[in-house]
Design a protein around this ligand. Structure first.
Ligand code: ADP
Length: 470
């Protein structure tokens, strides 16, 4: 069974935190324990040294006697702490011995320490070791002290308490951090997965053909926000495609219906003997058939050009020269509509080379100028401008003609799209000129777009890179 992304993320976070906290607790515990053991060991050695020094102080050099009362108190106090003293004079005669004094207490204390240490810290493998000290006063040997204690170290009740509290603190911190991490991980996972779930829902609805849902969701990360935006754009673009597809079908039906109806009614009348098959009537039928054939040719042309655009060689094409040549070809039509057409090049009268295919770029400029002429009103003006930057060449074709409405502007580069106003006029073509231009420009690594205001005119922009894009 596949788990949800949210469960996987939550589990992942928890596992990472669990392992991290576990490792930190373990190393902290080990390090602190090790340090504490060293500290206790050093303390016990220092205590034993101090005991020996203290015993030496109880010898009176003048009388040659030991302060036995004090030594007794001293020895009993040390015994309580686990140190077993035996004091000898310089002839090694016993002066005070803890074991002789209270053998039972000595064994009780030794047993208690050994048992506790074997139980709690068997790894130390310690036992009672006797250390001999030479006692000296002003450089003269006055006796010996044997001090036995559990070596290398032992923990008293306070030490065990300290270590236990430390372990408890580490355990509580670990549990609290883990609980915090699980809660934070779940929240975080929720934050990540919520927009993904919404995006999935959106994609599902789009795949079912539901458009225009107005998807609004803010994601916490840039990547997710981009994913949502891309989906939103995809929705809009699919919706547009769908609308175009429907319109294309209606347009095609409309385009084909009229000539087909004309031809069939003409032929029907001729067959039924209502009409004489005169040359004029047959010519009419032939013209209509030619129109149908023209539409089919356009369809084929579009497919062919899109296929061809995938591969072609690029050579330097002088855009300035090309624009002047295209303008020259339109001279009769410009005259017919009494249009003026100016060409302006910001870099002066010099060649403007771009890497590309001359024939195809010629077709792009031809289509742009042909539209400008077609949709210009009589006595208008057409401006062609060439601007060069270090990386691109920008060609602008501006007219003062009919313009395109805001609603229709985004679709003019789509295949077989014709604005409503152009369809009602006799001027329009099949609606593939700009689609062909766009396809060619894209194959050159460039961009083509338009600005327009209905009733005032249009401005078409063509941007081409000056270097061949790898
Ligand atoms: P067509 O062959 O119909 O001109 P295009 O692809 O060249 O096809 O253009 C698509 C549609 O865009 C045209 O039908 C027209 O409605 C609109 N159009 C293109 N250029 C212009 C322009 N300069 N002024 C106004 N409308 C334009």
């Amino acid at each position: 069974m596949k788990h949800t992304l949210r469960t996987q993320l939550s589990l992942g976070f928890s596992l990472i935190v669990f392992v991290t906290i576990g490792l930190i607790s373990l190393t902290a515990n080990l390090m602190i324990n090790r340090r504490f053991e060293k500290y206790v060991e050093a303390q016990q050695k220092a205590f034993s040294d101090n005991l020996a020094a203290g015993l030496g102080d109880q010898y009176n050099t003048y009388t040659g006697e030991w302060n036995l009362d004090y030594i007794h108190g001293f020895g009993m106090y040390a015994l309580e702490d686990g140190y077993i003293l035996t004091l000898y004079d310089k002839e090694e005669q016993v002066i005070w011995d803890a074991q002789n004094h209270d053998m039972t207490l000595c064994h009780q204390i030794m047993n208690r320490i050994s048992l506790r240490m074997e139980e709690e810290k068997p790894e130390t493998k310690g036992n009672f070791v006797t250390f001999r000290y030479e006692l000296k006063k002003m450089g003269t040997l006055i006796g010996y002290a044997d001090i036995s204690y559990y070596s290398p170290y032992y923990f008293n009740e306070n030490d065990f308490l300290f270590i236990d509290s430390l372990n408890q603190i580490l355990l509580i911190t670990g549990i609290l951090s883990l609980a915090g991490a699980v809660a934070a991980g779940t929240l975080f996972a929720k934050r990540i997965t919520r927009p993904i779930a919404k995006a999935t829902e959106l994609a599902r609805k789009i795949s079912e053909g539901n458009y225009g849902m107005g998807f609004e969701c803010r994601a916490g990360s840039r990547e997710l926000q981009e994913l949502i935006q891309s989906l939103s754009q995809m929705e809009t673009s699919l919706e547009n495609q769908e609308r175009l597809r429907r319109r294309l079908t209606t347009d095609m039906a409309h385009e084909l219906r009229t000539p087909l109806a004309n031809v069939s009614s003409h032929l029907e009348a001729i067959l039924e003997g209502v009409w004489e098959p005169t040359e004029k009537r047959l010519q009419g039928c032939y013209d209509e058939l030619m129109r149908i054939s023209g539409i089919v040719t356009d369809l084929e042309k579009m497919r062919q050009i899109e296929g061809e655009n995938l591969i072609f060689d690029k050579e330097p094409v002088d855009l300035f020269k090309l624009v002047r040549a295209v303008r020259g070809a339109f001279e009769p039509e410009l005259l017919k509509k009494r249009l003026t057409c100016s060409i302006c090049c910001t870099s002066g009268d010099v060649p403007v080379p771009v890497p590309g295919n001359e024939k195809r770029l010629h077709q792009v400029v031809f289509n742009l100028l042909s539209n400008a002429v077609k949709y210009s009103n009589e006595d208008g003006h057409i401006f062609i401008k060439l601007e060069t930057s270090h990386s691109h060449v920008l060609l602008t074709v501006e007219d003062q003609g009919t313009g395109i409405s805001k609603e229709e502007l985004p679709f003019v580069f789509e295949r077989f799209y014709r604005t409503d106003s152009s369809r009602t006029r006799k001027t329009g073509g099949a609606g593939i000129g700009l689609a062909i231009a766009k396809s060619i420009v894209l194959a050159h690594g460039g961009k083509i777009w338009a600005e327009s205001e209905e009733g005032k005119g249009s401005r078409f922009f063509l941007s081409l890179p000056r270097e061949i894009n790898k």
